[in-house]
Design a binder for this molecule. Structure first.
Ligand code: DMJ
Length: 478
């Protein structure tokens, strides 16, 4: 009865208010509703299929689906077809074999000899990561050839005086370009400088050629060796001079996956040097970035030289960190950190891109349905078995469905306070967001958490495909 009344109220609100108010009311109703509505793996699978059909119908051949205008969008002057590479592993994990096979065939038809400058960081995690996930799943040697061809076109970017890659590289000519275009700017952020250990390690393993892992390791060490006197890196660095151009440090986008990879690559390819770098870095994160503020745990922004707080701000990307802490075995900090993210979600019904916790205010209000908070709740649920984490995931799904589901797929949000819509569906929605919702409730015989390690784009790799002894030889680990 209460449910019927609640449902009629929602219907009344949705028919009698402007679009913006309607979304706000709907969203608030769900976040404050005590009754947690669960969902099934089948529901997520159907929603994934629906969203994938929308990409195929309206945006096939483009990088991204624009779900409101029902059209496609390319990152560069030519399409790379990023969505299919990101979607493959999610479709495969869900057993959508026909759709996955179509992408495998599409990947085989790709000619990477494209005269286009691509961001090395972004295409590494999405396209190389996606190709390697297809290979890990199918063992199709022709896919491995495609992955090798693609990675060989990225490698010239690493020929800088420091070993850190230039921002972009031309897939056809191998010419590099800076962050301000051809021949302009040599600055990259830390994530762009050093998020390669995982994919390049996998490629070295499968290709039995250490050159990829060694390039990635050199880049990671180039960042680490330039740490300050108190042991912290900055956030932006010139890949030619090796000098920091900005001296802030944090876990946000621009740094995040630098840490994620020095930690995670060790699961597949134990490397004592990288392990030492990770343990040292984690100590510094706990010492300088962790801040308890108004009873909540935040990981803040500090000056790399003094460790002083420069801004009390967090971004939704940082929500990946409880997952890393939990995997590392630091459940106490992981759970404190997760509680803060869930608290921010409850304020808005989705996470804003950036939140100023000192002012309790939104800094950037948009949201692209990013996966990190779901990812961390998933890891914590798998590792602790606590029901509160699966309940968080149920809530995230219900809220996301209410604000962002449309007639063909899902859309982003311009402003989480008003729920104004944005005509964009990020490729990581297919790779990560939908996958985490699915594996959180899937049967263990369909997907067992203990069997896989994910790249930062949630492309899964089977642990037992990699033998640590062989890894030493194939990756050149001493
Ligand atoms: C993803 O593309 C990757 O996880 C990346 O490392 C940072 N975050 C986005 C999604 O939010």
């Amino acid at each position: 009865m209460r449910f019927l009344f609640f449902f009629s109220l929602l219907l009344f609100l949705s028919c009698n208010t402007s679009t913006k108010t309607e979304k706000k009311e709907l969203k608030t109703s769900v976040s404050k509703n005590d009754t947690i509505q669960s969902y099934t793996a089948e529901e997520i699978k159907l929603e994934t299929l629906r969203s994938w059909e929308a990409y195929k119908k309206y945006a096939w051949g483009y990088d991204v689906l624009l779900p409101l205008s029902k059209s496609g969008y390319n990152w560069y002057k030519e399409s790379l077809g990023i969505s299919p590479f990101d979607a493959y592993s999610t479709l495969a994990v869900m057993g959508l074999t026909k759709e996955a096979k179509e992408i495998e065939e599409y990947a085989l038809s790709k000619d990477w000899n494209q005269d286009v400058y691509v961001q090395v960081f972004e295409v590494n995690i999405r396209i190389l990561g996606g190709l390697l996930a297809i290979y890990d799943h199918t063992q199709n040697p022709k896919i491995l050839e495609k992955a090798i061809d693609f990675a060989d076109r990225l490698l010239p970017a690493f020929n800088s005086p420091t070993g850190m890659p230039y921002h972009s590289v031309n897939l056809k000519t191998g010419k590099t370009s800076g962050n301000q275009g051809e021949g302009k700017g040599n600055v990259v952020n830390v994530a762009q400088a050093a998020t390669y250990l995982f994919e390049f390690g996998i490629l070295s393993y499968y290709a039995k050629d250490p050159k990829y892992y060694q390039a990635a390791k050199k880049a990671t060490k180039a960042v680490f060796s330039r740490k300050s006197e108190i042991g912290l890196p900055g956030d932006f660095i010139d890949v030619e001079s090796g000098k920091w151009t900005n001296n802030w440090h944090y876990l946000q986008a621009g740094v995040d996956s630098y840490y994620e990879y020095m930690f995670k690559s060790n699961f597949l390819f134990p490397d004592p040097e990288i392990k030492e770098i990770w343990e040292y870095s984690l100590g510094k994160i706990n010492k300088y970035l962790a801040e308890d503020y108004n009873g909540k745990r935040f990981y803040t922004c500090v000056n790399m030289h003094t460790g002083e707080v420069v801004k009390r701000s967090v971004s939704l990307y940082d929500a990946f960190f409880p997952a890393v802490q939990a995997l590392h075995g630091d459940l106490e900090n992981a759970e404190k950190n997760m509680e803060t993210w869930d608290w921010i979600w409850n304020k808005y019904g989705l996470l804003p891109t950036r939140y100023l916790y000192e002012k309790d205010a939104i800094e950037y209000a948009n949201s692209e349905l990013n996966p990190e908070i779901i990812e961390s709740a998933y890891y914590l649920h798998q590792i602790t078995g606590k029901e509160k984490y699966i309940n968080m995931i149920y809530k995230y799904w219900n809220d996301l469905k209410l604000c962002c589901r449309n007639d063909v797929a899902f859309h982003s949000i311009e402003n989480v306070s008003t729920m104004e819509k944005k005509d964009y569906l990020a490729t990581f929605f297919y790779a990560e967001t939908l996958k985490y919702f699915y594996v959180a409730v899937a049967d263990k015989d369909l997907f067992d958490f203990n069997d896989y390690v994910f790249n930062t784009e949630a492309h899964p790799f089977k642990r037992n495909h990699f033998d640590p002894e062989k890894a030493k030889e194939y990756l050149g680990i001493e």
